[in-house]
Design a binder for this molecule. Sequence first.
Ligand SMILES: C[S@@+](CC[C@H](N)C(=O)[O-])C[C@H]1O[C@@H](n2cnc3c(N)ncnc32)[C@H](O)[C@@H]1O
Length: 246
Amino acid sequence: MTDIKEESSISIGVLHSHSKGDERLYGRRRAHPLRERQQRLLSYYLPRLKFPISFSETPYSAFGRTPKQIWLEIGFGGGEHSLAQHKANPEIGYIACEVFENGICSLLSSLADSTSDEMEASIPDMLRVWNEDARILIKKLPSESIDRLFLMFPDPWPKARHAKRRFVNADRLPLLAHILKHKAYWHIASDDLTYQEWVKQVMSDQPYFEKILETTTKPQDWPNTRYEQKAIRAGRTPIYWIFQKK
Ligand SMILES: C[S@@+](CC[C@H](N)C(=O)[O-])C[C@H]1O[C@@H](n2cnc3c(N)ncnc32)[C@H](O)[C@@H]1O
């Protein structure tokens, strides 16, 4: 079994698969070498903000205050959506997951920019970062512990032979349904035509989630993401979905 963290130190600018038992993580941990400030954010700020895996059985205790609900975002990219949701919903405990270090640094930098000392920078009570494969955390969370799930512009893996790598997958739905509360919402967005058809197909034939919304008109209270803006600039039309746990 390969350790994702160990591999990350050599995964500069290339696509790596990180074996984790029966599942692999395909994707980049890093696009280009980190600057000194980014290194400091990862070394000194991230450990203070990281969701403690020892609290995975009792996730409500992982925050500075007891949250009213817990929301989980998978693959936050540069963190724009996570930050906006966190700021707009101060009573929500938000767990933001991402493995791409340059993206994680963007989020950390936005949070810590009031000071240059990452050891002293304040930690938000209600936001925690999981900087490893989200699937590791999902497997450890208790049943009915998550009130909302966000999957914004997931890696599309458009080639048919890579379909198993797509996060929306029939095999994964039972576990997602397990951690989500009854009637919890799952937001998904994608601009990729293959992924759009895939979501429609996978989600049309399963017993766990009911479709509440499928639209090309962006819901008003959904914050922008970097990939979304890039897609729109390139002339692609995202689809936005809300599924509700049955
Ligand atoms: C296409 S990007 C979209 C980023 C962001 N949501 C946005 O819309 O700008 C997908 C992101 O998901 C992350 N990702 C993919 N699989 C993941 C996993 N298993 N755990 C955590 N992050 C993951 C990738 O590193 C990548 O940054």
